[in-house]
Design a protein around this ligand. Structure first.
Ligand code: CA
Ligand code: CA
Ligand code: CA
Length: 298
């Protein structure tokens, strides 16, 4: 009995070896989604387990409802090809730009589907390992106060003191003590989606006229000092690093921060915010959520 199972294992291994010598096999090694009231992001990692390099192909993330219907195409990327054993890992892809009143703030999304080579342009040894589905809880947050910075001109330097507006929220740009400050809209950063706000020795001050109970945004820290002022309290500003800020209570508001330039994260302000200023020497920001409901988020 034991000999038989051993020979079966050997035969299977030989078949696998033979098969792997014949072509590529793209496979998903990680697929996860944070899709809730606070975080909307996904991580996706793939590998080529076959012996041949692939030609270009696409990867895709779809948001689906209970019936499997597509609510939004969340992400699509062309991969130029993978050689044997080569991996691609995409961490914390932001989906924070997607909830809109038109799609019911993604309130019907219960599944996130990750696919490789959906058009099947690559002939693979195994076509059955190219899709994974993660279950998620539907979002119950309102989404009409997200600042996406998509309508502001790219590349223009907003010098202190400038006043700009995006998605119905006004902002003042002010100078940090380090001087020669400006803010600029860029579309060449991994932070957020599309256009993002780049702070170079500058404060970004949203004009808040009603108290907010939670504020969060995508962020990438590229170095230098971080300045914060919440409800008039500067806390320990300037903070020399993300670690120095994370977990701070400033103006009675709990602050959590993460995310460097190449691996963006989320900054969260949990508590009653009547005024907020965010200052960075090299800091990118996008998809700012201003939450008005009196509901604990964390
Ligand atoms: Ca495959
Ligand atoms: Ca295929
Ligand atoms: Ca944006």
């Amino acid at each position: 009995m034991k000999r038989k199972s051993t020979s079966l294992v050997i035969a299977a291994a030989a078949l696998a070896l033979l098969a792997s010598s014949c072509g590529p096999d793209l496979a998903i090694t990680q697929a996860s989604a944070n899709l809730d009231n606070v975080q909307q992001s996904a991580s996706f990692a793939i590998v080529n387990n076959g012996a041949k390099t692939t030609s270009p192909f696409e990867i895709e993330i779809l948001l689906l409802d209970d019936a499997g219907a597509v609510v939004e195409v969340a992400y699509r990327k062309a991969i130029s090809g993978l050689s044997y054993g080569e991996k691609v890992a995409l961490k914390n892809i932001s989906l924070r730009h997607l909830p809109t009143p038109d799609n019911n703030c993604l309130g019907k999304v219960t599944q996130v589907a990750f696919s490789i080579d959906l058009q099947d342009v690559i002939r693979e040894l195994d076509e059955s390992n190219n899709r994974r589905v993660a279950e998620v809880q539907p979002i119950s947050a309102v989404c009409d106060e997200i600042v996406r910075f998509e309508a502001l001109p790219i590349g223009k330097e907003f010098l202190p003191i400038s006043h700009i507006a995006s998605d119905g929220i006004g902002f003042a740009i002010r100078a940090l003590p380090e001087g020669k400050g400006f803010a600029m809209i860029r579309n060449d950063l991994a932070v957020g989606n599309g256009q993002a706000m780049w702070l170079k020795n500058a404060w970004l001050e949203p004009r808040i006229c009603l108290p907010r109970h939670y504020i969060a945004f995508d962020a990438g820290y590229y170095g230098g000092n971080i300045y914060l002022e919440v409800n008039g309290d500067p806390g320990g500003s300037p903070y020399p690093s993300l670690a120095a800020v994370d977990g701070a209570i400033i103006g009675g508001v709990a602050v959590k921060v993460s995310g460097h330039g190449e691996n963006p994260g989320l900054w969260q302000f949990n508590g009653v915010v009547n005024s907020l200023k965010i200052g960075g020497q090299e800091l990118a920001i996008d998809n700012i959520l201003f939450w008005t409901q009196q509901k604990r988020m964390l």
